[in-house]
Design a protein around this ligand. Structure first.
Ligand code: ADP
Ligand code: MG
Length: 256
């Protein structure tokens, strides 16, 4: 079966010489809930940018369902939804138009775009506000709007860049349950985060980035231990993560 995402040898150096990625290989099979875990500056957003065609690939290759998103942007775009790290909708456009415009960009006919706009706004609990401008939405609601926009064309693959950063507990829980429902219904999910608990609880596989390198990609059980997080101090999740950063993937060749 063709992988949902296949990344090979990705390197990225920004203008000015800042190296952001230093040779990343990653394969994500269809249906997986894949995490991208790493501290600020590790290269998560750069990796997501390269996957989605927002950052130009200079070295290495990206395939989404076998397509090169730079050479075949339409094919890739229709199957992928992106929730970027920063809010990037137009605050002067009504919510339903933000979503419908995006739907047409993805190639949905006008009528279908309107239907799907209703469905996704209902799904994220913003239908009553559909005609209003997003001005004044809370942080959690802005995220939900971005989620609705990314889902309007029913993508097979949803990529989210720190979707829960800065949200309160309730908004984070809502996001988690929406993502779990989508994944259970077959959507492949790639989510970046620096919160250890949600990586452990949601992801089937967690890729760990440190300073532009992928130092591990494994199940939460293998990365953090079967009882991860039930302990405290040395046995707690954070201590285990710090050891992981030092030692790398427990199942990689050369490690014990
Ligand atoms: P993360 O999302 O994990 O916080 P980023 O991918 O945003 O990491 O950043 C990786 C590295 O690349 C950091 O050192 C960051 O400062 C640098 N970087 C990111 N975007 C740019 C840019 N547009 N120009 C120059 N350097 C950048
Ligand atoms: Mg980032």
């Amino acid at each position: 079966m063709i992988a949902a995402i296949e990344l090979e040898g990705l390197r990225k150096t920004y203008k000015g010489g800042q190296s952001a990625l230093d040779g990343v290989d990653l394969s994500v099979s269809g249906g997986t809930f894949q995490g991208l875990l790493g501290p600020n500056g590790a290269g998560k957003s750069t990796l997501i940018g390269l996957m989605t065609g927002l950052v130009r690939v200079e070295t290495g290759s990206v395939r989404l369902f076998g397509h090169d998103p730079e050479r075949d942007p339409v094919a890739a775009r229709r199957r992928v939804g992106l929730v970027p790290q920063e809010v990037n909708f137009n605050s002067f456009e009504p919510i339903n138009e933000i979503i419908a415009t995006q739907a047409m960009y993805y190639g949905l006919p006008r009528r279908r775009a309107r239907e799907r706009t209703r469905v996704v706004l209902e799904r994220v609990g913003l239908l009553e506000r559909a005609e209003r401008k997003p001005w004044g939405l809370s942080g959690g609601m802005k995220r939900r709007l971005m989620m609705a926009r990314a889902l309007v064309h029913e993508p097979e693959l949803l990529i989210l860049d720190e979707p829960t950063a800065g949200l309160d507990v309730e908004a984070r829980r809502d996001t988690w349950s929406l993502l779990q429902e989508l994944n259970a219904a077959g959507t492949t999910i790639v989510m970046s985060s620096h919160y250890l608990e949600e990586m452990r609880d949601l992801c089937q596989s967690v890729a760990v980035l440190r300073e532009g390198r992928l130092i591990a990609n494994n199940t939460p059980e293998r990365l953090f231990g079967a009882d991860a997080g039930s302990g405290t101090g040395d046995q707690g999740l954070e201590a285990r993560f710090l050891r992981l950063l030092e030692k790398g993937d427990p199942d990689a060749e050369g490690n014990q």
